[in-house]
Design a protein around this ligand. Structure first.
Ligand code: PCA
Length: 224
């Protein structure tokens, strides 16, 4: 399938399962919302491998194919209680577990010589506000970790920052998701969120990111 229409695309990239989890809610959400239309834009759901390097190659291919106006990458953060838009991507790979190809970088830069960090260009405070208003638990997260999700988030923001001045700016960022109930059932006491709620949450994230140009100034920080 190729994109024959002129309508703008929103890239929604989720990950394949990794570690011992047989499913990854981020891919389930991306595939559920593939083709969803909002405000004249069409969501293109793609799957990224949970592999350092390869994940960014797949992201590059998807960006080249769909030429999106907005890129939202999503991933699983097992144990989190809420949908969490990430504030900042850092230029470090430090893998506590091997990725799906057995790679386990330690203290390697995502992009050598590039800035230490990039902020999300999604309106993360407005997103949290709108998720909560929709009845969905949400908070800003101040760390995306140092595994493949942060790697992709950093790689995305670096690519978007390199785009030539004068072109249409593309917004991008990362949102971590809780376990699905069937995943949390394997970790007694752990929090979870149903797939339908996670998908509704991403619809909310995309709608807000397409409409709110300047983020709202409300507190979303953490003491530690
Ligand atoms: N979560 C992992 C990698 C893939 C995913 O869904 C992470 O948070 O880094």
């Amino acid at each position: 399938m190729t994109d024959s229409s002129d309508s703008p695309n929103v890239l929604l990239a989720g990950f394949e399962p990794f570690d011992t989890d047989p499913v990854n809610p981020s891919w389930e959400v991306a595939r559920m919302l593939d083709g969803w239309q909002h405000g004249g834009a069409t969501v293109r759901g793609v799957q990224l491998p949970c592999v350092f390097g390869d994940a960014l190659e797949a992201l590059d291919a998807a960006i080249a194919r769909w030429r999106p106006v907005l890129v939202v990458c999503i991933g699983l953060a097992g144990g989190r209680t809420e949908i969490s838009p990430e504030r900042v991507a850092i230029n470090i790979d430090d893998a506590r577990i091997p990725d799906n190809a057995g790679r386990q970088p330690v203290d390697a830069p995502v992009v050598a010589g590039a800035p230490a960090a990039y902020f999300s260009t999604l309106p993360i405070k407005a997103i949290v506000r709108d998720l909560r208003a929709a009845g969905l638990p949400a908070s800003v997260s101040n760390t995306a970790g140092t595994f493949v999700c942060n790697h992709v988030f950093y790689g995305l923001m670096h690519r978007l920052a390199q785009r030539p001045a004068g072109g249409t700016p593309v917004r991008g960022g990362f949102v971590h998701l809780p376990w699905l109930p069937e995943q949390a059932a394997r970790h007694p006491g752990a929090p979870s969120m149903a797939l339908a709620s996670q998908a509704q949450g991403l619809q909310c994230v995309i709608a807000t990111a397409l409409t709110v140009q300047h983020d709202v100034r409300v507190t979303g920080g953490a003491l530690h």
